[in-house]
Design a protein around this ligand. Structure first.
Ligand code: MN
Ligand code: MN
Length: 341
């Protein structure tokens, strides 16, 4: 069992010893991920001093305007993840297609999907942003294809996010518990500062973008309206509301002090031909592994999000994430609405 104060490198080596079948490249992969996070943290924290704030001028494959930092963070992750031969292919929010190592470059046993900079529309107002990372085993003895990435979240062997806030924190699961490492900027090391984060089953806080209320499905409106009625309504207790509009910051709050975060599909998203707002492969699946490993639940409203299989790299799904009894209630309201419809 790792102790508070252990470095990330030592932690991963100790974990690897517990799993005799694990290969040494996993320690290498985690080192690559940590280096990418440290490089992005450095840029984010220097901000306007190094001319990295503002629009890049281009748009990504999903038609979203790219910030300069989206493009820089993506290049940092791509280079760090390909250079040492620990990965066989990558998928990034910023690329329409898979990224393969150049011919002649070494290939490793892992597939990584990542959002290099989440919440980047918050950059110019200096609000917390993050990176999200999802790791799967690569196929043995052949080049990975798109189908190898289009797998449910249950096939992940590790997931992490890095939060660039007042301090930089890397939150990691290798499939047994959730561990929080804080970057010590003086020595450049991630240090274990919290082990086995747990999300209480009952929520006292919820997070939802209420400006979309008129566009929500009836089940979501019912749940939200009942929360607002508080102690005088059917819930019999009061709730607080939070909304940062930065997925990494929202999930980190829930891992720290509980609650529930939601981003449902709504009439406007459907009119745009979208099935949700947040992306399954590199945003929600890794968050789902982390939240479940912390005792929370993650649902699309209809089913466990971890079991949803993407049909493309950039699929979007609705999400209800966090306190398990609250997520179960939201699922029950969806079932009741479907039955009465
Ligand atoms: Mn994102
Ligand atoms: Mn992003």
């Amino acid at each position: 069992m790792a102790h508070i104060g252990t470095t990330l490198t030592t932690f991963v080596q100790q974990e690897q010893r517990l799993h005799p079948t694990a290969r040494g490249t996993f320690t290498g992969l985690l080192t690559d991920i940590a280096l990418a996070c440290k490089k992005v943290a450095s840029l984010v924290h220097r901000g306007a001093l190094v001319d990295v704030i503002g629009r890049h001028g281009g748009s990504n494959n999903q038609g979203e305007a790219q910030e300069k930092l989206d493009v820089l963070a993506d290049a940092i992750f791509r280079e760090c993840l390909l250079r040492n031969g620990n990965t066989a292919a990558l998928a990034s929010e910023e690329h329409e297609h898979l990224i393969h190592p150049d011919p002649g470059q070494p290939r490793g046993p892992y597939l990584v999907a990542y959002d290099p900079l989440d919440g980047s529309s918050n950059i110019d107002v200096n609000v917390t942003v993050g990176s999200i990372i999802s790791v799967r085993p690569a196929p043995v003895d052949r080049t990975p294809t798109l189908a190898d990435f289009l797998q449910p979240g249950t096939s992940q062997v590790a997931a992490a996010y890095c939060l660039y806030g007042p301090s930089t924190q890397l939150v990691l699961t290798l499939g047994s518990g959730v561990h929080v490492f804080t970057l010590d900027p003086d020595i450049g090391e991630f240090i274990l500062t919290r082990t086995n984060a747990q999300i209480p089953a009952e929520a006292r806080e919820f997070a939802i973008n209420t400006s979309n209320r008129r566009r929500w499905d009836p089940a979501v409106r019912r749940w939200y309206d009942e929360c607002l009625l508080g102690a005088e309504g059917p819930r019999g207790r009061d709730f607080n509301m939070r909304w940062i509009a930065s997925l990494v910051a929202e999930v980190h709050r829930i891992l720290t002090r509980g609650g529930v975060f939601t981003y449902p599909v709504d009439a406007r998203l459907r009119a745009q031909g979208r099935t949700g707002r947040l992306r399954l492969l590199y945003e929600l699946a890794p968050m789902a592994l982390l939240v479940e490993q912390a005792g929370g639940a993650v649902s699309t409203g209809e089913r466990r999000l971890m079991e949803v299989c993407p049909t493309s790299l950039h699929d979007r799904v609705p999400v209800f994430l966090g306190a398990s009894t609250e997520v179960a209630l939201i699922e029950a309201y969806h079932r009741e609405a479907a039955t009465s419809a």
